[in-house]
Design a protein around this ligand. Structure first.
Ligand code: GAR
Length: 201
């Protein structure tokens, strides 16, 4: 039995695409990309999922909706699809301690820096790369980690360093970190965790 994976997204979904491409190359033998959930309507990641034949749904937090209500809807979707493992792939919302306690060591996240640098609440997307450039570090990278109740604070699974170039902008740096680190690390970590979970069942 393959580990049933839900990929949670908010935007372009290039990391989702890396997972799909790995699956298509036979590099995700212990995992099934069973569901994509976007918390943003119209996210391009939804089209990527459809093209890849993966069921895709939108679960958006309504304005003023308590986080607990949003998470209850999300949990219902995940348990309805019998999901064993969750991948946060550019998912721009922080999940509560109550939510993550339902999937202990079963949620992984990709973060575009070398944790513990440039991480935690408020550090997401281009902001992470802007912070690295503002600080003046010469090396950054990406981290895949388990998700616990501390934003970007769970046990680290894999990291990869990427050099910063003198003329980098947040956009050029984001692209290099994706190409040289994120798209390689995430599918490998997904397979490793899916395999581990499959053995425990
Ligand atoms: C990626 O760089 C991912 O690491 C980052 O957002 C981007 C999403 O791109 N995630 C975070 O910053 C989480 N804190 P994608 O939608 O093309 O995969």
């Amino acid at each position: 039995m393959k580990t049933r994976i839900a990929v949670l997204v908010s935007g372009g979904g290039t990391n989702l695409q890396a997972l799909i491409d790995a699956r298509d190359r036979g590099e995700l033998p212990h995992g099934e990309l069973a569901l994509v959930v976007s918390n943003k309507e119209g996210a391009y990641a939804l089209e990527r999922a459809e093209k890849a034949g993966i069921p895709a749904v939108v679960c958006q937090r309504a304005k003023g909706e308590p986080r607990g209500d949003f998470e209850a809807r999300l949990l219902a979707i995940l348990s309805g699809a019998k999901i064993d493992m969750i991948i946060l792939a550019g998912f721009m919302a922080i999940l509560s301690a109550d939510f993550v306690s339902r999937y202990p060591e079963r949620i992984i996240n990709i973060h575009p820096s070398l944790i513990p640098s440039f991480c935690g609440e408020g550090y997401y997307g281009l902001r992470v790369h802007r912070a690295a450039l503002d600080y003046g570090v010469k090396v950054t990278g990406a981290t895949v980690h388990f998700v616990n109740e501390v934003p970007d604070g769970g046990r680290i699974i894999a990291q990869k360093a990427v050099d910063i170039m003198p003329d980098d902008t947040p956009e050029t740096l984001q692209r290099r970190v994706m190409e040289q680190a994120e798209w390689i690390l995430l599918p490998r970590a997904a397979e490793a965790v899916a395999k581990e979970l499959g053995m425990g069942e």
